[in-house]
Each structure stands twice: as C-alpha cells, then as structure tokens.
Design a binder for this molecule. Sequence first.
Ligand SMILES: Nc1ncnc2c1ncn2[C@@H]1O[C@H](COP(=O)(O)OP(=O)(O)OP(=O)(O)O)[C@@H](O)[C@H]1O
Length: 244
Amino acid sequence: MQVEDLGCAIDGRALLDAVSFSIAAGESLALLGPSGAGKSLVLRCLLGLAPAQAKVTGTLCWGERRVPLADRGALAELRGRGLALVPQAAAASLDPMRTVGDQLREVCALHDTDSRPRERLVEVGLSPELVDRHPHALSGGQAQRVALALALACRPSVLLADEPMASLDCVGQAALVELLARRCEAEQVALVLVSHDLARAVGCCSRALVLDRGSVVAGGSLATLLAAPPEPTTAALVAAARRT
Ligand SMILES: Nc1ncnc2c1ncn2[C@@H]1O[C@H](COP(=O)(O)OP(=O)(O)OP(=O)(O)O)[C@@H](O)[C@H]1O
C-alpha cells in the first residue's frame, strides 16, 4: 500500500498536507506525533471516513490500483477487506446487544473466513469462555483484544491500529503491543500503529513516520530516529520515551 500526497482540509483549514508513505506485506509502521498532529485523521482518510465536510486529496495505491482518496465509495469497498481498523475505544465499537461469539461469527461470514470464535479468542490471548459474554462484561483490555480478533477475522492486508492501548495500564499496553506485532507477523498483515508514545512503538514497529501539525517532519527506521532525532518534534518524542 502506498499513500501519495494525502491532504485534508476542513472549512479551508489544512489539517493534513502532502502526507506520503508506503508499507509492504508483513511490515510495520508507526505513525507518531503529538496530540492534534493528524494521526487519526490519516487513518480516517484512508478508510474513506473523513468528516463529511472535509476535502480530501491524494491517491491510495493498492497493488495495481490507484484510488483517489476523495473517492469514498472506492475506499468503502476496501474497508474491512483490504484495510481493517482496531479503534482507540474498542469497547464502544462493539455491538452491546450481541455476544462476542455472535459478532465474530458475523464478521467471519461476511468475509468468508473460517468461523472458529473460540480459537480466534485464544489467538488474541483470551479465554474461549468469553465467547458467550456481552461487551459490558469485558474489561477494557479484553475489549481491545476482541476488537483485534474482529479486525483480523476480516483477513485484511493492512491493519490500522489507532492507539489501541490508550485505555490500558502499562503492563496491559506492553502486552497488547506485543500481541499486535506477533499476530500481524503470524498472519503476514501489514501494520500501521498510531501512537503518541514512541516507547510503545519500539516494541512493535521497525519504521516510523512522525507527523506534526498535519505534515510529515521525519521518517525512517525507529532505531535511527531514536539514536539521532533529526528535528525537534522527534526529539521531544524521544525525550518523553526515555522518561518512561
Ligand atoms: N471533524 C473535525 N472537524 C474539524 N476539525 C477536526 C475534525 N476532526 C479532527 N479535526 C482536527 O484535525 C486535527 C488532527 O486531529 P487528529 O484527531 O487526527 O489528531 P491526532 O494526532 O490523532 O491527536 P490525538 O493523539 O490527540 O488523538 C486536529 O487539529 C483536530 O482538531
């Protein structure tokens, strides 16, 4: 997947400007930056879910296809098939009226993937007994893992994870990041992980793109960015990571 020159403006205000990056099968890329940098908006634009009033420009190269990022219909076709999302607030993204197992079975049926809800729960480190629970009876960490299982059940080529560990404690965050990396590697799914926490991304991604005020300010291997941050935004992220 290659993103070329993604731009997004609302009411004439540029929120994203010339954001470009690529990711290959099985690769992992961290999308880093301070609050308000535009990280979540990048994901929303790729999913065709930018705010209705937004003017989106640029191109998504998907294999041989070149999809204009303004074409929400074409992006909707990729959504949940080529591209799947693990949202920040996973609990809110689950259907409160239906059991975890029913939701997994529905996604598997939609995407013609093997429906083994219990095994899918075990794959994300959960007890198979959770299959009969409703979302209100899950902890925050369990809900995040169910959301990951649902996203992987779509058999996506690229998994977009929007701060999936935001609501968890330190131990839970580290475990979820490790799980994300492990499952994506096992299923050869490319991972784009949005985070404001460079320390967390290190456990999971080899490359990073740093955004600030809607523009890319740095990019490259995470190890190199950590060792020699090329500009102030990256330096601030590295300093914060060293404090944790
Ligand atoms: N629906 C909207 N209408 C107007 N502006 C918006 C809308 N959604 C996002 N923005 C603006 O776009 C910018 C980027 O927001 P975004 O949520 O992508 O930041 P972020 O980097 O993900 O931040 P955080 O780490 O705090 O989640 C912000 O200035 C935000 O106010």
